[in-house]
Ligand binder design. Structure first.
Ligand code: CAA
Length: 418
């Protein structure tokens, strides 16, 4: 069934995503250590909201409802109740209905889904925010916090780094079923870093990744301790522990008019699928079943087929996830996705560019912000706003796929350039 009311993304704002490896990130060996602090969660929420309102020319008074996606503000920042934090970003938001939504790494996608439902129910102007700060803890302690997105009681103990180990298990299964090699996976990582090197907002903007380094262990350790999966995952296969925020404005046709805009200023939401798996059961490691289910809804609602997609942002929390996402979204048969990355089909100049700003591996992964950032990246590519990493042809149809946990929550969107 198609959407009852048309809905348009009119733009928004992405803050720089920073963390270890980014020149602006203050840590103990940074020259600014002791004199300057990294932005806080409060700063990221405020910058994202203000940036989105200003860049789209949206008076905060016109916003009827807002949502914020955030996963574990309580653990990294001792701060929950983030709906009220969004109100703190602009006085004109006072007493408007705002709430936080949480679905692990799909929190941003769920915030967007909530806003789309509000548009269907009659709202005209909505605000969608995502933010996360994760660098307040070590990667090891953060691994424990992030493990809350798994079935903690059953899965926490598989490794200190629970999520890297869960996805190393998928690499192992894929290797055994399809003969995937470290050299194959290295192509996904090299593409992510190469794209991030062109993107000034990316966490890995200043870090280069050669195929030799990504395929080997020199400066790229296999850091898991679980012997069943240790051999299968290296640092270069992982998304970053990043801080950052993003916010966008989603409106109805009447909302476009209120902002003095036309469909040509926006991208239209053609379909959105949201699917949820069972936290207590393991999936088939060779498939992203929940993402496939969300994609089926999004494609059917939009009337778009997989081969019509011009550009995509998919949830590459690990290099293997990008390959499995390509298969779940209908762009490759099982076992065939790596070949498309190797031959450049998914590069910026390829037939189906994927994760042009660097994805979660290169752009970074401030968990709650990721799903919002993905949609803005499609908007920015479609409107020619991506500078050095701009795709040099017109783009009609874009897809986003945001995923939480080990493929337990999935939000897939289909967008059209108007
Ligand atoms: N040799 C051997 N081991 C080494 C090493 C070396 N040269 N260098 C590092 N290590 C090991 C050590 O065990 C080290 O831990 P300790 O220092 O505590 O002993 C461990 O690797 C980590 O080292 P660092 O702290 O230096 O690592 P880092 O800060 O560079 O981080 C990373 C690297 C661990 C891969 C980190 O980037 C990471 O955890 N990335 C993944 C983040 C993640 O899982 N996000 C969630 C994705 S899942 C998703 O999206 C869905 C959802 O809902 C959660």
């Amino acid at each position: 069934m198609s959407l009852q009311r048309r809905a348009f993304v009119v733009g928004g704002h992405i803050t720089p995503f920073i963390g270890k490896g980014h020149p602006d990130f203050v840590w103990k060996r940074h020259p600014d250590f002791g004199t300057r602090q990294n932005p806080s969660l409060e700063d990221y929420i405020s910058q994202s909201v203000q940036g989105a309102l200003q860049s789209t020319g949206t008076p905060a008074e016109l916003v009827e409802k807002a949502w914020i996606g955030n996963f574990v503000g309580e653990l990294f920042c001792n701060q929950g109740h983030l709906g009220a934090a969004v109100v703190g970003a602009d006085r004109a938001l006072l007493h408007k209905p705002v709430m936080r939504v949480e679905g692990a790494c799909a929190s941003g996608g769920l915030a967007f889904s909530s806003a789309l439902e509000a548009i269907q129910a009659g709202a005209d102007v909505t605000l969608v925010v995502g933010a996360e700060v994760q660098t307040t803890a070590s990667a090891r302690d953060g691994g424990d916090y992030l493990a809350r997105a798994s079935h903690y009681r059953r899965q926490r103990s598989i490794d200190d780094f629970t999520f890297p180990a869960l996805f190393a298990r998928r690499i192992r299964a894929y290797h055994e079923a399809h003969g995937l090699t470290e050299a194959d996976l290295a192509h996904v990582s090299v593409k992510a870093y190469a794209n991030a090197n062109q993107n000034p907002l990316a966490h890995m903007h200043a870090v280069s990744m050669t195929h030799e380094r990504a395929a080997g262990v020199e400066g790229n350790p296999k850091f898991l301790s679980n012997p069943d999966v240790r051999e299968f995952l290296k640092v270069s296969d992982c998304s970053q522990v990043s801080d950052g925020g993003a916010a966008l404005i989603l409106v109805s046709e009447a909302g476009l008019q209120k902002l003095g805009k036309s469909p040509a200023d926006a991208i239209e939401v053609l379909g959105l699928g949201h699917a949820t798996g069972n936290l207590y059961e393991d999936n088939d490691p060779l498939a992203m079943e929940t993402t496939t289910a969300a994609a089926a809804v999004a494609y059917s609602q939009s009337g778009v087929s997989a081969d019509e997609v011009d550009i995509a942002e998919v949830h590459d929390c690990f290099t293997i996830t990008e390959l499995l996402m390509m298969e779940a979204l209908g762009w490759a048969s099982p076992g065939q996705s790596a070949a498309q990355v190797c031959d450049g089909r998914t590069a910026i100049g390829g037939q189906l560019p994927i994760n042009t700003g660097g994805g979660l591996v290169g752009f970074g992964h401030p968990v709650g912000a990721t799903g919002v950032k993905q949609i803005l990246e499609i908007y920015r590519q479609m409107k020619g706003l991506c500078g050095a990493y701009q795709v040099q042809r017109s783009l009609s149809i874009g897809v986003t796929a945001n995923m939480g946990g080990d493929d337990k929550t999935a939000v897939v969107g289909v967008f059209a350039n108007r």
